[in-house]
Write a new protein. Structure first.
Length: 205
């Protein structure tokens, strides 16, 4: 693809690095921005810059946050004794949209996947175990995707916390095997949270 402007070429190359966007789509976006008022492009650039510089991860649950502790963790109306374990921040957003969960979250940052070189040490598992060790947690809900990697991660964490006097449960399998939470409709996901089952029952197959 030939460009008559090095500035356009650089913009296209950067935008095409985003997931799901090829060079042609990136070019359409760049040309669209060129047709808009200059303030729109500058506002977009400033928003991205501010996001990258100022968005942090909650020191308690590892969710995205503008401050040290996220709004969910500091909300006095949330039940701090129930933790929902999810893979990433998109799952937090998906569950929150259902309005079916009133506890707090723990974002692992991925799933155990030896083929991808991701082991337990690469995930936020130790901090979850530390929370359980405080004896202030009543229930841990496993809400990872219903894949082999998700099930492996669930079982690994279950083994790590099984000696403690807590309830371990998993979301009901109204969600198809292999599906990611972020693509599940709100009603199905909400029911899966509400109708969660003891984790031990999910092992009896």
């Amino acid at each position: 693809m030939e460009f008559s402007s090095k500035f356009i070429e650089n913009a296209v190359n950067e935008i095409s690095n985003l997931p799901g966007i090829g060079k042609k789509s990136a070019l359409r976006l760049v040309l669209f921005l060129l047709k808009q008022p200059e303030s729109q492009s500058l506002n977009l650039a400033n928003a991205i810059s501010q996001m990258r510089l100022n968005v942090n991860f909650c020191s308690n649950c590892h969710n995205i946050s503008d401050v040290d502790i996220c709004e969910i963790c500091i909300n006095p109306r949330r039940d701090k004794s129930i933790i929902c374990v999810v893979e990433d921040i998109r799952d937090v957003m998906a569950i929150e949209k259902t309005s079916s969960f009133n506890g707090i979250y723990h974002v692992l940052g991925g799933k155990i996947s030896p083929l991808d070189g991701i082991g337990p040490d690469e995930l936020n598992i130790d901090s979850l175990v530390e929370k359980v060790q405080t004896n202030q947690i009543k229930e841990v809900i496993f809400a990872l995707s219903t894949t082999m990697e998700g099930d492996t991660t669930n079982f690994y964490i279950f083994r790590r916390i099984s000696d403690y006097d807590i309830i371990t449960s998993t979301i009901a399998r109204g969600i198809s095997v292999g599906d990611d939470l972020e693509y599940t409709d709100e009603i199905t996901l909400g029911r899966s949270i509400t109708d969660r089952i003891p984790f031990e029952n999910s092992l009896k197959k």
